[in-house]
Ligand binder design. Structure first.
Ligand code: FMN
Length: 152
C-alpha cells in the first residue's frame, strides 16, 4: 500500500497523510516521484491533497485520470479551509473519476487546514493550528477503521 501526496502549500495535508501512513504502516510518496509502475504493484492506494479552488491538486487529478481501469481499492485524504461537508465538490469530482475506472473507494478523510488564501490573509488566515493534534487523532482513527475493515 502507498499514499500518493500532491504538492502542498502549507504542509497541512502531508501531516495528515503521514499520520495515516504510520497506522497503516505504508509509505507516503510525493506525486513527483510516483511512476505508473508503482500503481501496478499496489492493491490499495491513498491519494492525498489540499483543496484548491474546489478541487484536488490539478497534477494529482491529471495523474489519476491517466491511470488504467482495473480493480483497485483507493482512499482519499484532503485538508481544506472550508469543511468538505459544506463544500463537497472536490471529493465528489474525484470519486466520480475513481468510480469510472472501476476502483472501489474504501474511505474518505477530510479535516481543516490552515488557509491564508485571498482576503483571509488580512486577518492572518483561518483554521490556524489545523490540522491540530485532535485532527491527527481522528486521522489515525480513520486509518484504524480501514485497517480492521480491510484486514490491512
Ligand atoms: C490557491 C488556494 C486555493 C484554495 N482553495 C480552497 C477552496 O476552494 N476551498 C477550501 O476549502 N479551501 C481552499 N484553500 C485552502 C486549502 O485547502 C488549505 O489551506 C489546505 O489545508 C492546504 O493544504 P496543503 O497545506 O497541504 O497544501 C485554498 C488554498 C490555496 C493556497
Amino acid at each position: 500500500m502507498i499514499i500518493v501526496q500532491a504538492s502542498s502549500r502549507h504542509g497541512n495535508t502531508p501531516k495528515v497523510a503521514k499520520r495515516i501512513a504510520s497506522v497503516l504502516d505504508c509509505w507516503v510518496l510525493d506525486l513527483k516521484d510516483f511512476h505508473p509502475e508503482d500503481f501496478k504493484k499496489e492493491d490499495i492506494i491513498g491519494f492525498s491533497s489540499g483543496v484548491y479552488l474546489g478541487r484536488v491538486d490539478s497534477k494529482l487529478e491529471e495523474m489519476i485520470k491517466s491511470l488504467p481501469r482495473c480493480e483497485k481499492k483507493v482512499f482519499l485524504i484532503t485538508t481544506s479551509g472550508i469543511p468538505i461537508k459544506l463544500l463537497n465538490n472536490a471529493h465528489k469530482r474525484i470519486k466520480k473519476i475513481f468510480e469510472e475506472k472501476g476502483w472501489e473507494v474504501i474511505g474518505e478523510f477530510n479535516c481543516p487546514g490552515y488557509d491564508d488564501i485571498g482576503p483571509t490573509k488580512l486577518i492572518g488566515g483561518i483554521r490556524k493550528g489545523r490540522p491540530s493534534e485532535e485532527d491527527l487523532h481522528k486521522a489515525a482513527q480513520f486509518a484504524e477503521k480501514l485497517k480492521s475493515d480491510y484486514r490491512i
